[in-house]
Design a binder for this molecule. Structure first.
Ligand code: SF4
Length: 480
């Protein structure tokens, strides 16, 4: 069957009318200035729209045209546009842009793709977008969403964005050329997402052939969906490492409303865009100062009222260990507790951290429900590890650490997993050595705690030990 492109475009125009206008379109409408559209388009590559908008505002306040841009040094431009993706490269291109415009185009932004691609840092995608948006001339910008969705529809069968552009030039009615990119970017971000598209609520569901995609699992039942929050915690032992081991698939399969990560071992700018900005979630990052070490992050579908970074103790905070998200009726604390280390050489640091954490929890619990999740780096009771006798006094099962965990619980907190699972042999961490995971010789050191008064709000708790990729597996709760 031929894909009904006219019907699809008509339906999508209505569908995305309420979505946010892409920042480059907004700048074009507000300024009608090809220079600003060109610069904003260059800034927007691999960058969230809100970040592009702020960076563009700062830059245009200092450089509203090519002449004033030429007066800025590369360091000044870097500072003004930070933190857009690849800001150093973009600053380099922007520094060279005024000269290229003057030497080749009399200081004006050209209006053809062939001319625009001669400018530093301008590829076909940017050039097409500038021609279409700034000059309202026929051009087809093929963003990754356009390439992907056109192939899902079977409207083109192509391997690269360039091949898609050429196929669309031959096939797509010209009246859609200018607007198709904005339309499909908005639709690709909101509904036909790159992973697990939301076919269950798509206006094109009746006739889309869904080529090569796996739709998302239909969300939980309507009557419980609004009330139940699924919260997941996972020590990923290096976010860059786990990305190649199916992290994003697991992330989507777990379908969490709030997803906490520990040991990210990376700065956000060291991560690819697909994990820095997962459509549908807001991400909050708290990396350690030391490179490649510790660090936590939280992805949340719900917008928090406030985010608190750290515990207010420099000693602990420089290791990026605690993020607290405040919501209307609960606090969500995501933490990576210190490891006591071989010979318990860091036990004092760990016990001091536990005390500071307890004081933090108590302050929050005086106000509203508190959830604490993360790698607590301790097996509380003998049932929480496979070989308790062999590990007495070892880091993670020393008397001091177990007593400290007990003190936290005695202060008014509950280990939610044990509310639902009294059984043994349930673990969340296995040593990489000696094939421990295969033999289930593990430890349960990843927890969700809740303040005792609010334990009735936790409806389920799970350990997802079939999910691989790290030496820990995810743990979760359902919370109302
Ligand atoms: S039905 Fe699914 S695959 Fe097709 S356009 Fe809609 S969201 Fe995308």
């Amino acid at each position: 069957m031929t894909f009904p492109i006219d019907t699809a475009v008509t339906l999508l125009r209505k569908e995305v009318a309420g979505y946010k206008v892409p920042v480059v379109d907004l700048i074009a409408a507000q300024t009608k200035d090809p220079f600003k559209v060109l610069v904003a388009t260059m800034l927007s590559a691999r960058t969230k729209d809100e970040v592009t908008a702020t960076a563009a505002r700062r830059l245009f306040a200092q450089a509203e045209n090519a002449e004033s841009l030429a007066q800025l040094s590369i360091t000044e431009i870097e500072k003004l546009i930070y933190p857009v993706g690849f800001f150093r490269n973009k600053a380099k291109y922007l520094t060279a842009l005024p000269t290229a415009l003057v030497q080749n185009f009399g200081g004006q932004v050209p209006d053809t793709v062939e001319e625009l691609i001669q400018l530093p840092g301008v590829g076909r995608k940017t050039a097409n977008l500038v021609v279409a948006i700034a000059f309202q001339k026929s051009a087809i910008c093929v963003d990754t969403h356009v390439h992907r969705i056109m192939n899902i529809w079977g409207y083109v069968q192509t391997k690269t964005p360039l091949a898609t552009e050429m196929a669309l030039r031959a096939k797509l009615p010209e009246q859609y050329w200018i607007s198709i990119n904005s339309l499909l970017v908005a639709f690709g971000q909101g509904t036909c997402k790159p992973r697990f598209p939301h076919c269950d609520r798509c206006v094109l569901a009746d006739f889309c052939p869904r080529i090569g995609i796996t739709p998302r699992k239909v969300p939980r039942k309507q009557e419980t969906q609004a009330a139940v929050l699924r919260c997941v915690s996972w020590n990923v032992n290096g976010l860059r490492a786990i990305l190649g081991k199916g992290f994003l698939d697991a992330f989507h399969q777990l379908d969490a409303d709030i997803f906490a990560l520990q040991e990210i071992k990376a700065l956000p700018e060291q991560l690819p865009e697909e994990v820095r900005n997962i459509p549908g979630w807001q991400a909050f990052w708290y990396p350690a100062k030391k490179k490649g070490y510790s660090g936590v992050a939280v992805f949340s579908r719900k917008e928090p009222l406030q985010v608190i970074y750290g515990l207010g103790h420099e000693d602990f905070d420089q290791e990026g260990r605690v993020l607290t998200l405040k919501f209307a009726d609960f606090y969500f604390v995501a933490a990576y507790f210190p490891n006591a280390q071989d010979g318990l050489r860091r036990i004092d640091y760990k016990l001091a951290f536990n005390q500071a954490m307890l004081a933090h929890l108590n302050r929050l619990a005086a106000e509203k429900t508190v959830l604490l999740c993360g790698d607590l780096n301790v097996a509380h009771k003998e049932i929480d590890l496979a070989r308790p006798k062999d590990n007495v006094g070892n880091p993670g099962f020393s008397n001091e650490e177990r007593a400290s965990m007990e003190a936290i619980l005695q202060a008014g907190y509950v280990d939610t997993f044990r509310l639902f699972h009294p059984e043994p042999d349930r673990y969340s961490w296995w040593s990489y050595r000696t094939a421990a995971r295969k033999r289930n010789v593990g430890w349960r050191i990843d927890y969700f705690l809740v303040n005792t008064k609010s334990q009735h709000r936790v409806q389920a708790a799970e350990i997802h030990d079939t999910i691989m990729g790290s030496d820990h597996c995810p743990v979760s709760i359902e919370f109302v």
